[in-house]
Write a protein that binds this ligand. Structure first.
Ligand code: F6R
Length: 361
């Protein structure tokens, strides 16, 4: 049941401290600065230099987040919309790992992509929530995100667990192949260990319902970010459109002046996602849209509050490692989408035309 929540989506948003604890359980040795995944021996990824992610929808955004992290570790990491990859697979070689990211493990586009990769001789790995799902049978190896069952059509807790599981996988791959900086790893792992508690703090203190109430019913909604925050911006927009039925788009902050800025008016709120000192450049993009009259909502770590005072609305997240901050920012955006859809009276758990698992292309 819904345990007293009006919708499964809100219940599942609130389950995230626990689902993230399960995702992390037994996998992080914070003091040693090491990740242990029982599925993969040390050295299992020693010959991996390239990672190709294939996925759809929210899972694709989790893959984009992970690819940005892996790229920063010196690997070649690319994301492909699985439906596109199935039609036109990317070239692979002996150092390529193809990773299917799929909550349900049943998505037709993702299955087709992984079959194409396997037929071409690639090593394949499934990152999924469902033990025994089709993707686990099709891939050489599997990593489970352990988020627990998700009933709401909108993916929420599974996105957070995908990002965390992919971060752990990425650290294992990087450790085996390019090597990792132990101190940097400790700081990331400390951020991951704190994540369940930090998500709880966001859930307890969020003013997302007030932001949604102030801004629902506008012409369109835009979401901006760079690096992993770009993936969060895309995910924020996808969630918003699918349950509120309002027009929402996510952009790379750098893309703004190359077209999307023409859409900005005083009736198009813009959400900016900032994860740390490295993506503060997004602030100048947000000031640009604000100068055109757009209401600006900034989601940023609380320690950067003085840098984002210009925002019309601030949704702070606890200070943490920047690669973890995106998950916290996404929780704020989940709540904004939920409350906007609720204000509009939408059938939140079963949005029109959508199915939980898309098993036909
Ligand atoms: C969005 C959503 C969809 C799925 C997509 C992939 O909230 O739920 O975009 O993310 O259909 O599904 P899986 O992860 O099961 O492959």
């Amino acid at each position: 049941g819904k345990s007293g929540y009006p919708h499964f989506m809100l219940k599942e948003i609130h389950e995230q401290p626990e689902s993230l604890r399960q995702t992390l359980h037994g996998r992080v040795e914070e003091m040693a600065g090491r990740v242990t995944l029982e599925e993969f021996d040390r050295g299992a990824f020693a010959d991996i230099e390239r990672v190709q992610f294939v996925s759809m929808g929210t899972s694709h955004h989790a893959a984009m987040y992970a690819a940005a992290q892996l790229t920063a570790r010196g690997l070649t990491a690319n994301t492909y919309m699985a439906g596109e990859y199935a039609d036109c697979p990317a070239p692979i070689d002996d150092s390529t790992l193809v990773v299917a990211v799929t909550q349900s493990g049943e998505t037709a586009d993702t299955m087709n992509a992984i079959r194409r990769a396997r037929d071409a001789g690639a090593r394949t790995l499934a990152v999924t929530n469902v033990v025994g799902s089709s993707v686990t049978r099709e891939c050489d190896e599997s990593l489970f995100i352990r988020a627990g069952p998700e009933i709401g059509v909108a993916a929420t807790k599974t996105f957070s667990s995908q990002v965390v599981a992919l971060t752990l996988l990425g650290e294992r791959i990087a450790e085996d192949s390019t090597g990792v900086q132990r101190a940097e790893m400790r700081s990331l792992l400390s951020g991951l260990s704190d994540l369940p508690g930090d998500v709880q703090q966001v859930l307890d203190e969020s003013t997302a319902a007030d932001v949604a109430e102030a801004l629902y019913g506008c012409d369109a909604y835009f979401f901006l970010g760079r690096g992993p925050a770009h993936a969060v911006a895309l995910e924020g927009a996808l969630k918003f459109k699918e349950i509120s039925y309002e027009h929402a788009e996510g952009f790379a902050a750098s893309e703004l002046k190359h077209g999307p800025l023409a859409l900005v008016t005083d009736n198009t709120p813009v959400f900016g996602v900032i994860t740390g000192e490295d993506d503060l450049k997004t602030i100048s993009n947000l000031k640009e849209v604000q100068a055109r009259g757009a209401p600006v909502v900034v989601v940023a770590p609380a320690n950067l509050a003085d840098k984002v005072e210009f925002a019309d609305y601030l949704l702070p997240v606890p200070e943490t490692h920047p690669e973890v901050a995106g998950v916290l920012a996404n929780v704020q955006l989940q709540l904004v989408s939920y409350h906007a859809a609720d204000q509009l009276g939408r059938p939140i758990d079963k949005p029109r035309n959508l199915a939980k698992s898309v098993t036909v292309e």
